[in-house]
Design a protein around this ligand. Structure first.
Ligand SMILES: NC(=O)c1ccc[n+]([C@@H]2O[C@H](COP(=O)([O-])OP(=O)(O)OC[C@H]3O[C@@H](n4cnc5c(N)ncnc54)[C@H](OP(=O)(O)O)[C@@H]3O)[C@@H](O)[C@H]2O)c1
Length: 262
């Protein structure tokens, strides 16, 4: 198991899904975890299971100034940090013609603006400690061209672009910045569709090379890799973690005429 003893890690969106799994995995490797999100009861439920004096700091990242404010609260309470997991995010499934300006502002406020301002607020404390690791959770939506998700895809493409730019800015100070682009992960984001759309689960599975949806743990293990020294020479990267969805043409059928197969 990778060792994160003595490290302090902030996880946004830690109340459920990928963020909850990441908080649990980081704690399991010895890190002290600061959990953030809007729903205090959910954050406290997760924190109650953690062992390395976890801390809960609630925050609504859709609000103007929230990322900077959260960074200040974190530094007031723990002094400095080593790992930041920018995981909080919201979906936005809409045809382009139906999108309102308010919806575009909201998804960019949570998925992009706060991610950047929180990173800017916390990076100096990483530099003071000799370096650190920022892990941004983007999406395969930023790599592919998903239908009816233009605003969401735009935010996730922006996250990957900012990942590379910040890696350039902060690399000389030992701060690594990487992103993880998850594929189809069975969390609350998908719950309603999975329960109500007939055939959706199987149809999606059919598009994945490994033939299964992902779970929070599948992403959390990669978060731990990026948080640890095992990835010490990796920065500015986006790692697609999707079981072979975005970049693998998965099919049970041969893609060429059978007589051409050897
Ligand atoms: N699940 C997937 O298939 C998938 C695929 C690709 C990328 N992702 C990305 O992975 C990340 C986590 O997604 P998930 O699937 O784990 O979703 P989830 O279960 O809905 O969790 C989202 C988390 O973000 C927090 N959050 C939402 N709005 C917030 C706000 N305004 N301020 C602060 N926190 C807020 C939520 O907590 P509160 O509601 O308590 O605030 C929750 O902890 C997101 O960035 C998502 O875009 C997910």
């Amino acid at each position: 198991m990778l060792n994160l003893s003595g490290k302090v890690a902030v996880v946004t969106g830690a109340s459920r899904g990928i963020g909850e799994a990441s908080a649990r995995a980081l704690d399991g490797c010895g890190a002290q975890v600061v959990l953030s999100g809007r729903t205090v009861s959910d954050l406290e439920r997760v924190a109650a299971d953690l062992t390395n004096t976890p801390l809960v700091i609630p925050c609504d990242l859709s609000e103007s100034g929230a990322g900077t404010h959260l960074a200040g609260s974190v530094l007031d309470q723990v002094g400095g940090i080593d790992v930041l997991v920018n995981n909080a995010g919201i979906p936005m499934r809409r045809l382009p013609e139906k999108l309102t300006e308010e919806e575009i502002d909201l998804v960019f406020a949570v998925n992009v603006r706060s991610l950047l301002t929180l990173s800017i607020g916390l990076a100096p404390s990483m530099k003071e400690r000799g370096g650190g690791s920022i892990i941004n959770v983007s999406s395969v939506a930023g790599v592919r061209g998903p239908g009816a998700r233009v605003a969401y895809a735009g935010t996730k493409g922006a996250v990957d672009a900012m990942t590379r730019a910040l890696a350039s800015d902060w690399g000389p100070d030992g701060v690594r910045v990487n992103s993880i682009a998850p594929g189809l992960i069975a969390t609350a984001i998908w719950e309603e569709s999975r329960n109500t759309v007939p055939g959706l689960i199987e149809d999606m599975e059919g598009q994945i090379a490994l033939k299964r949806w992902g779970y929070g743990d599948d992403i959390a293990d990669v978060v731990v890799f990026f948080a640890s020294d095992a990835s010490r020479y990796v920065t500015g990267e986006t790692l697609v973690v999707d079981g072979g969805l975005a970049r693998v043409t998965a099919s049970a059928q041969p893609q060429v005429l059978p007589e051409l197969l050897e």
